[in-house]
Ligand binder design. Structure first.
Ligand code: 13P
Length: 241
């Protein structure tokens, strides 16, 4: 079975006082689920022991003259075991392409971390009936050779559902995850074991129906991961699924 993963992406939110929420998340994380938080990199070193951590993005190079950037090795050194790659906000804000994302995923693996590769279609692409074409192109272009269920998780995050309160319907998520599972099985020897996460306005109130779907192995949560009282019920719904 793919691992169950409840991942929180804090994005550009959180000062040192956020440690209290992280402590509550670490203390309340249920058995049987990888509960992980991707805080801003400034907070990685301030997070409590025992909380699984991820970075949000990295530069593909190991080190060098890249002012303001962070290497995968730096994130790992600061305590991250996972790192996001290809989040749509990075693609939009920083113009990251699939080739850029593939280089980051390789760097994440080299640093000994597992990558959470984010893919997703825009509303315009969905309305033009191009959803699966777009997702397959992102998956093929951004996932390098060498991917396994141990070093890679794929997060489906429809761009139109991120931070909008507009969650994809179970039917929409089911159709996409089913197709992604097939694509991963075709490409990877252990593609059936790769965890597939859904992200986009996941909340305690909609988590259980998403986790009931065949190929939804967890969630990548933005806004509702900032507070333990919002995030823990999602992790518990996953544990119970
Ligand atoms: P929201 O849960 O705030 O919609 O964000 C989802 C997301 O982008 C997680 O990476």
């Amino acid at each position: 079975m793919p691992q169950k993963i409840a991942a929180g992406n804090w994005k550009m939110n959180g000062l040192r006082a956020a440690r209290a929420e992280a402590e509550a998340i670490a203390a309340g994380a249920p058995e049987g689920v990888v509960t992980l938080i991707c805080p801003p990199a400034t907070l990685l070193g301030a997070m409590p022991e025992g909380l699984t951590l991820g970075g949000q993005a990295c530069h593909p190079a190991e080190s060098g003259a890249h002012t303001g950037d962070l290497s995968a090795a730096m994130l790992a050194d600061a305590g991250a075991a996972w790192c996001l790659a290809g989040h749509s906000e990075r693609r939009t804000d920083h113009g990251e392409t699939d080739a850029d994302v593939a280089a980051q995923v390789s760097a994440i693996w080299t640093a000994g971390m597992a990558a959470i590769l984010c893919i997703g279609e825009t509303l315009e692409e969905r309305e033009a009936d191009r959803t699966l074409d777009v997702l397959f192109a992102q998956l093929d272009g951004a996932l390098p050779e060498g991917a396994t269920a141990a070093n890679t998780v794929v997060a489906y995050e429809p761009v139109w559902a991120i931070g909008t309160g507009k969650v994809a319907t179970p039917d929409q998520v089911d159709a996409v995850h089913d197709a992604l599972r097939g694509r991963l099985e075709d490409r990877l020897a252990d593609g059936g074991q790769v965890s597939l996460l859904y992200g986009g306005s996941v909340k305690a109130g909609n988590a259980a129906e998403l986790f009931a779907l065949d190929h939804v192995n967890g969630a990548l949560v933005g806004g509702a991961s900032l507070r333990a009282e919002d995030f823990l019920p999602i992790a518990r719904a996953l544990a119970a699924s």
